[in-house]
Design a protein around this ligand. Structure first.
Ligand code: ADE
Ligand code: ZN
Length: 335
């Protein structure tokens, strides 16, 4: 029997707005890169890698995630990793993606800044040609490092900034509030870049307030813990702030114990502009479609709610109005 819900979701045009490209690296490709770059790996098999992906919180995951990135050494690696992701997104009915990358993860282990960014831009261009998928690149600052390092990263990125859509803030949230990064976000804003920040994934509602008021972000990544603060919810609803929610990530990192407890439906009921994304699909066990399908089943989402999530992925994107309108028309024609 065909799974009609899954088919409906797969065929629905959608954009992915919360995707760490380093988190799309599948174990098979990790081994392939490890071999071709002669990098010693702490795992002997794909099964061993997958078995290690049992996390009890964000830091647990980050430790293994930064270790996984060690195999990325050349522009070709970044190009191939991006193309593999876009191929899967295409099969999932994705037509646009705004992807995060963490330059400091690579420059701090000695790679020139150009390697990751040139490889990714070339993969993005190839994905447009091969799959017709448009994409934008968002450079994230690692919040466990200090703001001077983020400022130096923005400076190193200068030759490529006109080919990026925005900057973001990721890595270990608790203890590293948005207020720590006010100068670098102001500089990025002055440079015309769009602004995102992970907030309210593990951190308290105050971090979401700070991202809004001090960093002046255009999008909140996750935002789950905003629901603990009624005034904050009102603010997010009134400003139509997009939340890039990642249900399977929240489950894997124990933000929720069961998908049935996931706040995505509650967010929609409250009038929040939520979207549904994979975060780090290789580590959290599911692509954007898996996130849509498993969450829709667990929360008994209606077709209308599923379509709202897809519409939000375009209205919450950094695409221009004309392209957003075209994607919305495609959703209307489909649904
Ligand atoms: N880097 C990659 N995935 C992340 C997440 N879910 N939260 C913070 N930093 C990340
Ligand atoms: Zn994330």
């Amino acid at each position: 029997m065909t799974d009609t819900l899954e088919d409906f979701i797969r065929g629905l045009p959608k954009a992915e707005l919360h995707l760490h490209i380093e988190g799309s690296l599948e174990p098979e490709q990790m081994f392939e890169f490890g071999r071709r770059n002669r990098v010693d790996m702490p795992f002997r098999s794909v099964e061993e890698v997958r078995a290690a992906y049992a996390f009890s919180n964000l830091q647990d995951f980050l430790d293994i995630y930064y270790q996984g990135a060690e195999v990325l050494r050349t522009e070709q690696d970044f190009h191939d990793m991006a193309m593999a992701y876009f191929g899967r997104l295409h099969a999932d009915g994705g037509v646009h993606a705004e992807i995060f990358f963490d330059p400091q993860t690579h420059t701090d282990r000695g790679l020139p800044f150009s390697v990751a960014v040139e490889g990714l831009l070339s993969g993005m261009k190839a994905a447009e040609a091969e799959f017709g998928i448009s994409s934008g690149l968002i450079m994230c600052f690692l919040r466990h490092l200090d703001e001077d390092a983020a400022l130096a990263t923005l400076k190193a990125a200068e030759p490529w900034l006109d080919r990026m859509v925005g900057v973001g803030l990721d890595s270990a949230e608790v203890g590293h509030p948005p207020s720590k990064f006010q100068r670098v976000f102001r500089a990025a804003r002055e440079r015309g870049l769009m602004l995102c920040a992970h907030a309210g994934e593990e951190g308290p509602p105050e971090y979401v307030w700070e991202a809004l008021d001090l960093l002046k972000v255009d999008r909140i990544d996750h935002g789950n813990r905003a629901l603990e603060d009624e005034a904050l919810v009102q603010r997010l609803v009134a400003s139509e702030m997009t939340l890039t929610v990642c249900p399977l990530s929240n489950l894997k990192l124990r933000g929720v114990q069961d998908l049935k407890e996931h706040p995505l439906k509650r967010m929609l009921d409250l009038g929040l502009k939520a979207t549904c994304n994979a975060d780090d699909p290789s580590y959290f066990g599911g692509s954007i479609c898996e996130n849509f399908t498993q969450t829709a089943r667990a929360l008994d989402l209606s077709r209308e709610e599923i379509v709202t999530l897809a519409r939000n992925s375009f209205t919450g994107s950094f695409l221009d109005e004309e392209r957003v309108a075209r994607h919305l028309a495609a959703i209307d024609a489909y649904a």
